[in-house]
Design a protein around this ligand. Structure first.
Ligand SMILES: [Zn+2]
Length: 178
């Protein structure tokens, strides 16, 4: 019995690596004991030639611990791969844009191009309905920016129309009194 210098595990006398932690047991030996590999049947190569190592010859420290040593390889491999893909999803979430939000923005713009007020009022209605829907979807629907833009542009169009209407009315009144 010889004991591992790393973990104290008892190993067979001819063991090369600790069965518990895989640490090399070779340096523990005295120089005299190291001389012959314990495997036995492999004859030493003729002098001057380097023969490929036989199955029983293990140069100390050169080869990693034999596979199957518990606790050595398990922690390194699996983490990282499965976890990498998961956090990416909530960040780049793709919500379908709420349809009425788009309609609201289009109508609000149309109120400046096609005719005033009427599309703007529709744009306001669609915009507010859309915001409510997006809010109730709890994140499943997107496009609240479009709906807000539609509402703002619609209000601007209605405001300008009202101001222009008042201006025309005033001019008409002034003109008729002369
Ligand atoms: Zn050990």
């Amino acid at each position: 019995m010889k004991f591992c210098s790393q973990c104290g595990q008892g190993n067979k006398d001819d063991a090369t690596f600790c069965i518990q932690c895989g640490a090399s047991l070779e340096p523990e030996r005295t120089p005299g004991a190291v001389a012959a590999p314990p495997a036995g049947p492999v004859s030493p190569p003729p002098s001057g030639e380097v023969a490929p190592p036989g199955p029983g010859v293990v140069p100390p420290g050169a080869i990693p611990p034999p596979p199957g040593v518990p606790g050595l390889q398990a922690p390194g491999a699996p983490p990282g791969v499965p976890y990498g893909a998961v956090p990416a999803r909530p960040m780049g979430r793709q919500q379908p844009t709420e349809g009425m939000a788009v309609a609201s923005l289009v109508l609000s713009i149309a109120s400046f191009i096609v005719c005033p007020v009427v599309p703007a009022i529709l744009g306001l209605i669609f915009g507010y309905l859309s915001l409510t829907k997006i809010e109730e979807s709890l994140g499943a629907l997107g496009g609240s920016e479009l709906a807000r833009a539609g509402i703002i542009i619609s209000w601007i169009n209605i405001g300008i129309t009202v101001l222009v209407g008042i201006f025309i009315l005033v001019v008409a009144i002034v003109a008729s009194t002369q």
